[in-house]
Design a protein around this ligand. Structure first.
Ligand SMILES: *Cc1c(COP(=O)(O)O)cnc(C)c1O
Length: 344
């Protein structure tokens, strides 16, 4: 078995959704964009639906198509990217709800799919997606007359609870939507943790479901176990890997394992990461190759069959911290070559 295994604990995923749901008294949807944060959108969406999620969010229409195929016809699936040119067939056939981001999208949607459900995304200060306050003022009446199913916005600094931007966006969101008579959503994972003022009618967490910060109480969902192809003794003075960037100071036992940067293990981790043989930490030596890593297993007694890069000793955020990135990037970068194994 030379294929690395990505074990995905669907019970932990379900428990994380339930724990986030228990923090609010409103509906908790689930964000399953980017292939379910790298874990497989179909399986993840089905497990979340079984846990109780009744509404899903993806980034682009094509992702919604895959989630629709997994979920069947009934549960609503929203598209953050809205209605882009050429999307009408997919939106209609998969029964997706575009969150319209501009007057241009609003016009496109009403022309291409009159009467088809839609939502509205407003920009409350992040300046990424959504209609600006002035734009919204000019079309709110027309848009509201068509009966949007949801109005949403997104917080830029929700993972920093004390950041003044949170209250500022909350105030703007209220000013733009109070009295509209349409269900509202402002919060992803971070916003759920900011408290009830931020919950409105619906929350739409992503990262917390998958075991990532800022949901510190999350149960870990992934374990990445990489099989050893061979081990060798490297003698003092010998080098390991491309560029001779590691030179042994003493004799050591080195394992070569079957994953690399083509699997989303960033090359920036070269010489920095730690893997685990059970409870024993084992340093990554030299450079990350495309398909291989070389690991110091001198401290492990007996044979080593596989090493964990993600698991009980190192979660997605701990690994991300090694190279100054975030758990989101580690998860969504998990490659296609892993065998994804789901435990129910
Ligand atoms: C990705 C995303 C979410 C989910 O965010 P998390 O931080 O992963 O919980 C919610 N809303 C929007 C608009 C998003 O882009």
């Amino acid at each position: 078995m030379a294929q690395a295994q990505l074990q995905i604990d669907l019970r932990a995923l379900a428990a994380n959704w339930q724990a986030l749901d228990a923090k609010t008294s409103v509906e908790t949807a689930a964000t399953v964009k980017a292939n379910g944060y790298g874990l497989g959108a179909g399986r993840v969406a089905r497990a979340l639906a079984e846990a109780g999620a009744r509404r899903f969010f993806v980034a682009v229409a094509e992702e919604g198509e895959a989630v629709r195929a997994a979920l069947g016809p009934d549960l609503p699936i929203h598209v953050y990217g809205g209605h882009m040119a050429g999307d009408a067939d997919v939106i209609r056939d998969a029964g997706l709800i575009p969150m319209l981001n501009s007057v241009e999208q609003l016009t496109r949607h009403f022309e291409a799919l009159p009467g088809h459900p839609f939502g509205i995304q407003l920009d409350t200060g992040m300046n990424r997606l959504g209609m600006e306050p002035g734009e919204w003022a000019s079309v709110a009446e027309i848009a509201l007359a068509q009966g949007p199913v949801l109005i949403m916005s997104h917080l830029a600094c929700a993972d920093e609870p004390d950041h003044a931007m949170n209250a500022q966006q909350l105030k703007t969101f209220r000013e733009l939507t109070d009295g509209a008579g349409v269900p509202r959503s402002l919060s992803a994972t971070g916003g759920v943790l900011l408290g009830r003022d931020y919950h409105f009618d619906l929350t739409r967490p992503g990262i917390g479901l998958y075991g990532g910060m800022p949901f510190a109480e999350a149960r870990p969902v992934v374990r990445l176990s990489i099989p050893v192809i061979q081990t060798r003794i490297v003698q003092a003075g010998e080098s390991v890997g491309y560029g001779n960037s590691f030179v042994a100071e003493c004799d050591m036992r080195v394992a070569t394992i079957a994953a690399g940067y083509a699997d989303g293990i960033q090359r920036a981790l070269s010489g920095k990461a730690t893997l685990w043989a059970g409870d024993t930490p084992c340093p990554l030596l030299g450079r990350v190759s495309m398909d291989l890593l070389t690991i110091d297993v001198s401290r492990v007694d007996g044979p080593v069959e596989a090493l964990d890069l993600l698991g009980p000793h190192q979660g997605v955020d701990a690994l991300a911290n090694v190279i100054g990135t975030i758990g989101y990037e580690v998860l969504t970068g998990l490659g296609q070559r892993y065998k994804r194994v789901y435990s129910e």
